[in-house]
Structure formats: C-alpha cells, structure tokens
Design a protein around this ligand. Structure first.
Ligand SMILES: Nc1ncnc2c1ncn2[C@@H]1O[C@H](COP(=O)(O)OP(=O)(O)OP(=O)(O)O)[C@@H](O)[C@H]1O
Ligand SMILES: [Mg+2]
Length: 310
C-alpha cells in the first residue's frame, strides 16, 4: 500500500514574539491528504493557511503533533522530503535581475540538475507555462501574472510528488486568475500529483478542490467535499424573484422547505430546501403581481463560509 501524501495528527503551532509572548496560531490540526486530490485550505486572513502549508512543506516545525509527508517523518526526514515536493506562493520573489530562463536555470541547479538535463528541464517548463516570449525578460520587469507563472514553472522543475500552492491567484486580474486556475488544473491532471492549495477565494476552492478544510482562528471548523459541505450545512438553494405589484410574502414564508426570506420592494430572495417541491406554489402566490425575472442558484462556498462564521 502506498503511503498517503500527507498524514497530520494533532498539529499545533506556537509563535513566540521577541518579547517572549506566546501565541498559538494552529490548534490540534488533524487531516489526511489523499493520493491525486487537490486539497483546499480555505479561511480568512490570519486563519493559519500559510503557517499550515509551511509546516507541511517542512519550512517550519510544529510544537505538537505528528506529521508524515509521502510516508516520511516531517522532522526526521525533512531533507529527503524537500527533494520531492515544491511550493509556489503568492507574490513570488525571485532574483530580480535574472531573466526568466536564468531564474529557472538557477533553481534547476539548486535541485541538482546540470548539463543537458538542466537545459531540457528549463525548456520543458518554459514551453509548459508559455513563457517563451518572456524568456529573456528580467524578473523585475515581469507583470504580476507572469511572475506567478514563473513561480509555477519553478515549482514543477523537480517534478514534485506533492505540490503546495499558497494563494496562487491573489493579486491577479480576474482573467489572469481564470488562466492560472486552468493551468493548475492542467498540471494536476497531467502530472497526477496531489496538490494542497490555500485560498480565501471561495469560487476558486469550489472550482479546483476535491476536498476543503475551512480554517478559522487556527482551527479546522469543517472539512469535506464542496458539495457535502453545502448539503450538510443545510444551505438551501436561492430563488430570487423580481416583480411589480404585490406578493403574499407571509404565505411564502410559511411554505414547507422555506428556510429564510429577504424581501425588498420588487425583489424577493428565498432560501429553500428542494426548490422543485415548492416553486409552483411560490409562483402562485404572485398572482396579484407581474413576475419580471426568476433566478435559481445553488449555494456556493461563500454561503457555506458565512454560515460557518456565524
Ligand atoms: N513568524 C510569525 N511570528 C509570529 N506570528 C506569526 C508569524 N507568522 C504568522 N503569524 C501569525 O499567525 C497567524 C496565522 O497566520 P498565517 O499567515 O498562517 O495566516 P493566513 O491564513 O495565511 O493569512 P492570509 O490569508 O493573510 O495569508 C496570524 O495571526 C499571524 O499574525
Ligand atoms: Mg497566507
């Protein structure tokens, strides 16, 4: 049986300030990452995502708990682990006066590549991440999106068996974010490696992740597949009706399955369990009004997050 990419049990992390004050920023984190999955760490600023990724990638060590990465002990075997993992972070910082190609060669050498193997690995990543037109541009002159692409290319140079991405689209324009997400999906499919990805952007987690752990104040408050999270939290679908005239709001509120309603002039938002059972009855309660539009949407992770934060 192959070992799980990540097996973490009871991880706690305490930071000490230079005045000796101690702050526990991760509390008793236990999770496993399975072979081939994209595992999302989702949470607001300061919830502990980067700290946890730093622990998983053996950059720092926890005060408590046990951690196995690809079957190796995170503390004892950290040197071996670092050879077979890689990481790309938001706002990557590379030697600013080196070009894209020189930066990749520099990292390739750090990973022990030389000669034709190094040249080939660099060219492969330049091709894979469509960096050919920018190969001779220095890091300082690259746009934020290109810096992120270079960082992803660097992260794939050693063909990692486990990849960490810390907020891979933070600070990118929406269209560049979409492109970057597609790139991440493609890497994951082509290389078939497990990926641990942190984000505070719900649609990103929903689009990319097989499973998600929500972190809040250093604790996991929920962990499941995106669809189970939506289901188990009892989040209903959202029906938004815009209309002219008057509707029987009180009657709608007391229909079975209606979890909540938000009423404004000419607009009614209904959160409902199993929309198909009640849509017909809802519409009938608008007989004295003219319905202008009806939209129905499934709950997204933003709704889950708001629910968990309550
Ligand atoms: N080196 C450090 N020394 C002391 N405290 C730290 C250190 N690094 C992080 N922290 C604290 O640990 C907590 C978790 O920080 P972390 O950076 O892991 O959160 P995050 O979820 O990645 O946040 P963000 O979304 O802003 O990136 C925060 O309260 C932060 O201030
Ligand atoms: Mg962070």
């Amino acid at each position: 049986m192959t070992e799980k990419p990540i097996k973490a049990a009871g991880i706690s992390k305490i930071y000490k300030s230079f005045l000796g004050k101690r702050a526990t920023v991760l509390h008793d984190i236990s999770l496993d990452v399975e072979e081939g999955e994209i595992f999302g760490l989702l949470g607001p600023n300061g919830s502990g995502k980067t700290t946890l990724i730093s622990i998983f990638s053996t950059l720092i060590f926890p005060e408590r708990g046990s951690l196995s990465i690809l079957g190796m002990d995170a503390r004892r075997d950290s040197k071996e682990i670092r050879k077979v993992i890689n990481i790309s972070t938001a706002k990557p910082n590379f030697p600013w006066s080196l070009t894209v190609r020189e930066n990749l060669r520099y990292y390739g050498m750090l990973y022990g590549l030389c000669g034709s193997a190094l040249s080939q690995a660099v060219e492969d990543q330049i091709d894979a991440f469509e960096l050919g037109d920018f190969r001779d541009m220095t890091f300082e002159n690259l746009s934020t999106g290109l810096k992120q692409r270079l960082s992803l290319a660097k992260a794939m140079l050693n063909h990692p068996r486990l990849l960490f991405l810390d907020e891979p689209t933070t600070g990118l324009d929406p269209d560049i974010s979409i492109k970057t997400r597609r790139l991440i999906k493609r890497i994951h499919e082509e290389e078939n490696i497990p990926v641990v990805l942190s984000t505070h952007y719900m649609p990103e987690a929903e689009m990319l992740c097989d499973r998600i752990a929500f972190l809040r104040n250093g604790r996991i408050v929920a962990m499941d597949t995106p669809s189970n999270l939506k289901k188990h939290l009892g989040l209903g679908e959202r029906i938004v009706i815009t209309y002219e005239g008057s509707a029987d709001i009180v009657a709608i509120q007391s229909l079975p399955g209606v979890l909540a309603i938000k009423s404004e002039i000419g607009r009614l938002e209904i959160v409902i369990d199993r929309v198909e059972d009640s849509l017909d009855r809802i519409v009938k309660l608008f007989c004295a009004a003219k319905i202008l539009n009806i939209t129905i949407r499934e709950p997204d992770l933003e709704d889950v997050f708001l629910e968990l934060a309550r």
